[in-house]
Design a protein around this ligand. Structure first.
Ligand code: C2E
Ligand code: CA
Ligand code: CA
Length: 529
């Protein structure tokens, strides 16, 4: 959350968009798979239904035909009326013809006849036990497609029954027509079929669209073809809309979870736990001796992704999240950890400046925290200096008591950033300070804006009158140092002397001061050399 403002700022957004796209793709594909599966299941059901209906119809027809086979033994005149009745009561039958020795001898429609069957229907092969043909018409109804069925008498090679059937697909259409994505059916084989698309014969495999299903019937060499309309546009539009909505919703949700919902202070506490903080120490020199009189401890956060996070940012963040107490306690622990090494490079009596935020000063455990900190430091080695700004003294009564207590305990108090909005003159009167740290804004102006010099003069005079020790912050040039020394400033702190140094470098600087304090005068050394 906090570190997002730095290097990882775009990371959650990118992750959210990528996750959104992935989820959108998944939702889109899943929805498509579901509607595809539903459509396929519908086609399977329609096909099964048609197959069932037609198998039943042909099975009934076969039963009727089988019962007609013995009639061929009798003269047509005797059985013609029986034949006519059976044709009339069998669904979709136009005519039954009894065939003997390859000739149609009796018709349910016209009575006795002697025409060779292959002359009437050349497509039928009477040598086959069963044969079927799809016809454009029959002699009596030449324009109406029909199905011709031949069933040979199993007991007599050249006898059998021929049936011409109405190619009426209407009953078959009742069930599938309820489904939007159904477009039609055909019944036939090879390249001839009757269909719901045309009154003429069609090639079932060469219609505008290939069939989505093609199944065989039982007992008759016929196939059923099922045709579907193209994918409904609305389906695809809906899938696309759903996918886009999923991309949007999941991206927003993902971003929300990754940023807003995350407890903002969690990251800071996690950083404490994972030891991402460390302390740097900035030397402060005494202007009389130009020797290091102490250090200011400044906290650093090295985030694994975001890198170094400026202290102004995380200190302010910790204050707003009520985490300044655990953060300062952690600072104390880090200093305690460094103390044995610090003791080696800083002589007894060295000042140890620690910044205290207002939130901590007024916290219940403040006194205890200071006591535990001091108790854990090497005994009587460091002079603790608590650096505070005017903001720290909001509650005058409590602040006064705390200041008295700190002094009784032997600690010193510095008013930090003096001269900025944070530290006003009035506080100098109200509270007993030991040090006055002049803000680096004034120091930076030395030599560039002479206008500020009278103000600086006034500040220094005031400090002298009030018996306050002065520390100039942010000394960056020799010119500034000279100017401040001339005016009797007691201590200097700034890049001209040294940048804040990690412990290792502070030790190295102690061992080889010339290398680390190049910009300063050669007389600057760490005491104890
Ligand atoms: P500050 O207490 O006024 O600390 C001095 C700041 O001035 C430090 O910045 C230091 O690096 C910088 N500085 C020193 N010499 C020079 C110089 O010659 N030129 C310039 N331009 N800057 C110089 P840093 O470490 O970034 O800290 C900024 C502020 O964050 C500190 O101001 C302090 O208010 C706060 N801070 C840092 N560490 C802690 C901490 O452990 N606890 C608390 N409560 N606040 C801290
Ligand atoms: Ca300070
Ligand atoms: Ca300061």
């Amino acid at each position: 959350m906090l570190t997002h403002n730095f290097s990882t700022g775009r990371k959650p957004a990118l992750i959210s968009v990528l996750s959104g796209l992935l989820i959108g793709l998944l939702v889109g594909c899943t929805h498509f798979a579901v509607i595809y599966h539903e459509r396929e299941t519908r086609f399977d059901n329609i096909t099964r239904h048609l197959q069932y209906y037609l198998n039943n119809a042909f099975s009934e027809l076969r039963t009727t035909i089988d019962s007609l086979q013995p009639l061929a033994e009798y003269p047509c005149a005797d059985i013609a009326s029986e034949l006519t009745t059976r044709a009339a009561f069998t669904l979709n039958v136009r005519a039954f013809l009894l065939v003997d020795r390859g000739r149609a001898v009796c018709s349910s429609a016209t009575g006795p006849m002697t025409t060779p069957l292959n002359q009437l229907v050349p497509e039928i092969d009477v040598r086959k036990p069963i044969d079927i043909a799809v016809l454009a018409g029959t002699p009596m109804m030449p324009d109406k497609t029909a199905i011709a069925l031949w069933v040979r008498d199993p007991r007599q090679q050249d006898r059998g029954v021929f049936a011409s059937l109405n190619a009426n697909l209407t009953p078959l259409l009742l069930y599938p027509s309820r489904h939007d994505d159904f477009s039609g059916i055909a019944l036939g084989f090879d390249n001839r079929a009757i269909s719901s698309f045309s009154h003429q014969l069609v090639n079932p495999l060469q219609l505008a669209q290939p069939p989505v299903r093609q199944v065989k019937l039982n007992g008759v060499p016929l196939e059923v073809y099922l045709y579907a309309s193209a994918w409904p546009k609305e389906n695809l539009q809906f899938t696309l809309l759903l996918a886009l909505m999923s991309v949007f919703i999941s991206s927003v949700l993902c971003f929300y979870i990754m940023t807003l919902r995350r407890h903002p202070g969690k990251e800071l506490l996690a950083a404490i736990k994972h030891n991402q903080f460390y302390v740097v120490y900035q030397p402060v020199v005494d202007t009389r001796t130009m020797e290091i009189a102490g250090v200011e401890a400044l906290m650093r956060w090295k985030h694994p992704d975001a890198g170094e996070i400026p202290p102004d940012v995380f200190i302010h963040f910790a204050e707003t999240q009520n985490l300044i107490v655990p953060l300062t306690q952690h600072l104390f622990n880090l200093i305690i950890h460094d103390a044995p090494t610090l003791q080696k490079v800083l002589p007894a009596g060295s000042k140890l400046g620690v910044n205290i935020a207002p939130g901590h000063l007024h916290a219940d455990g403040f006194r205890q925290d200071i006591r535990s900190f001091v108790d854990a430091l090497p005994a009587a080695h460091f002079q603790l200096v608590l650096e505070m700004t005017e903001r720290d003294m909001l509650n005058e009564k409590v602040a006064t008591q705390l200041f008295d207590w700190l002094h009784e305990e032997g600690h010193l108090i510095a008013i930090d950033d003096f001269g900025t909005g944070h530290s006003a003159l009035i506080y100098l009167e109200r509270f007993r300070f030991d040090y006055l740290k002049i803000d680096r804004g004034f120091i930076a102006a030395i030599g560039t804006e002479t206008v500020t010099s009278p103000v600086m003069d006034a500040v220094l005079l005031l400090a002298k009158r009030m018996d306050l020790t002065t520390v100039a912050e942010g000394v960056e040039t020799a010119e500034q140092a000279d100017w401040l020394c001339e005016r009797g400033v007691n201590y200097l702190q700034g890049y001209w002397i040294s940048r804040p140094l990690p412990l290792k470098q502070l030790v190295a600087a102690h061992d080889e001061p010339a290398k680390y304090f190049r910009s300063s005068q050669t007389s600057i050394t760490i005491q104890g050399q």
